[in-house]
Design a protein around this ligand. Structure first.
Ligand SMILES: NC(=O)c1ccc[n+]([C@@H]2O[C@H](COP(=O)([O-])OP(=O)(O)OC[C@H]3O[C@@H](n4cnc5c(N)ncnc54)[C@H](OP(=O)(O)O)[C@@H]3O)[C@@H](O)[C@H]2O)c1
Length: 312
């Protein structure tokens, strides 16, 4: 048994990992959060410690006082969020006498430094990896492709905030980068939780840990969605020139959420991700994935999720 501290474990990706760790029941789970929250403690059953990510010395003391052996960071990695604060957490973990292992907040796909000007998260995540490289901590970066949860919303509950990308299933539409024949990895957050939980007991971590929930082309994904929904989709293909201009086909269900997620943001992010999908960056290799290490974990398939969410 070790103490696993999940930074940002109150919601979204972190919450899924906390729930898996609690379901396994082998390790003590600690949530690090900016605010005390007895309700979330009650809901998760995990102890929650309020921290200030600006205060490295205090953060170090909290990790030591709580015997935090492994840190899983799931901090928001957007500008003005916790991107640069994650480096403080790495510094505290490296100084803490109790802390040995660290998983930074990545949970996407291997990004390239040269794309840093397109998406501000890239240099932040890179800076965390450099800080880990310079530390004496054992660490691994977890990549899971797109979260599958987005394609079950709002029918299937998820800890993630809703976001419309690639397939707009309520709107019977799809915006496909390129010709739609590139392979893309999709993983449900609950399976990320299960694989990360299994990683805790893994003796030695590789620098990179790939998780593959399911993998298929977007053309195949559209067909599965059409069958599950029982309707024909309007499918638009965005070529590379359009994506490079920062434009993607607008999906009907995006429009109603522009007050929360502005149109400019959706266009910028989805076009950038479109370029990376078309480049094959989401085509993870099964041979080097955690799936081969943990064959007993049978991740949710996209077909299964779509049928659960949309059939009838
Ligand atoms: N592959 C995909 O499809 C995909 C999709 C979404 C996200 N991701 C990645 O997954 C990781 C986690 O994302 P997420 O959506 O789970 O994050 P999130 O919900 O936006 O934030 C996670 C937690 O970070 C803490 N936080 C937020 N803002 C903060 C701030 N300014 N300072 C300090 N802490 C802050 C909050 O915890 P407290 O309030 O409890 O402190 C929050 O619950 C990120 O690296 C993201 O890039 C991947």
């Amino acid at each position: 048994m070790v103490v696993v501290a999940v930074a940002g474990g109150t919601d979204a990706v972190g919450r899924s990992i906390v729930e898996s760790l609690m379901a396994q029941g082998k390790h003590e789970v600690l949530i690090l959060s900016r605010t005390a929250n007895p309700m979330k403690e009650k809901e998760t059953g995990a102890r929650l410690v309020a921290v200030d990510y600006e205060e490295v010395a205090a953060l170090t003391k909290i990790l030591e006082d709580n015997n935090a052996h492994t840190i899983i960071s799931t901090l928001a990695m957007m500008p003005n969020d916790a991107g640069s604060l994650e480096q403080n957490l790495i510094q505290a973990a490296n100084t803490s006498k109790m802390t040995k292992r660290f998983v930074p907040s990545e949970f996407g796909f291997p990004q390239r430094a040269e794309d840093g000007h397109i998406f501000p998260t890239i240099p932040m995540k890179q800076a965390s990896r450099s800080a880990l490289e310079a530390s004496s901590l054992e660490w691994t970066v977890v990549y899971n492709g797109y979260f599958m949860d987005y394609f079950g919303m709002p029918q299937l509950a998820s800890r993630l905030a809703p976001y419309v990308v690639l397939l707009d299933i309520p709107g019977n539409a799809a915006a496909i980068p390129g010709d739609g024949n590139k392979l893309v990895t999709f993983t449900h957050t609950s399976d990320v939780g299960r694989f990360v939980t299994a990683l805790i007991d893994f003796e030695e971590w590789d620098r990179v840990s790939f998780i593959i929930g399911d993998k298929m082309t977007l053309n195949e994904a559209v067909k599965l969605a059409e069958v599950a929904k029982g309707s024909k989709f309007k499918v638009d293909y965005d070529d590379l020139d359009k994506l490079k201009r920062g434009e993607v086909t607008e999906l009907p269900s995006q429009i109603s959420s522009y007050s929360v997620i502005p149109r400019e943001f959706v266009q910028a992010i989805n076009s950038a991700f479109g370029i990376w999908v078309d480049r094959g960056d989401f085509d993870f290799d099964e041979k080097t994935s955690l799936n081969t290490n943990f064959p007993d974990i049978k991740p949710m398939k996209l077909k299964e999720l779509l049928e659960k969410a949309w059939k009838n």
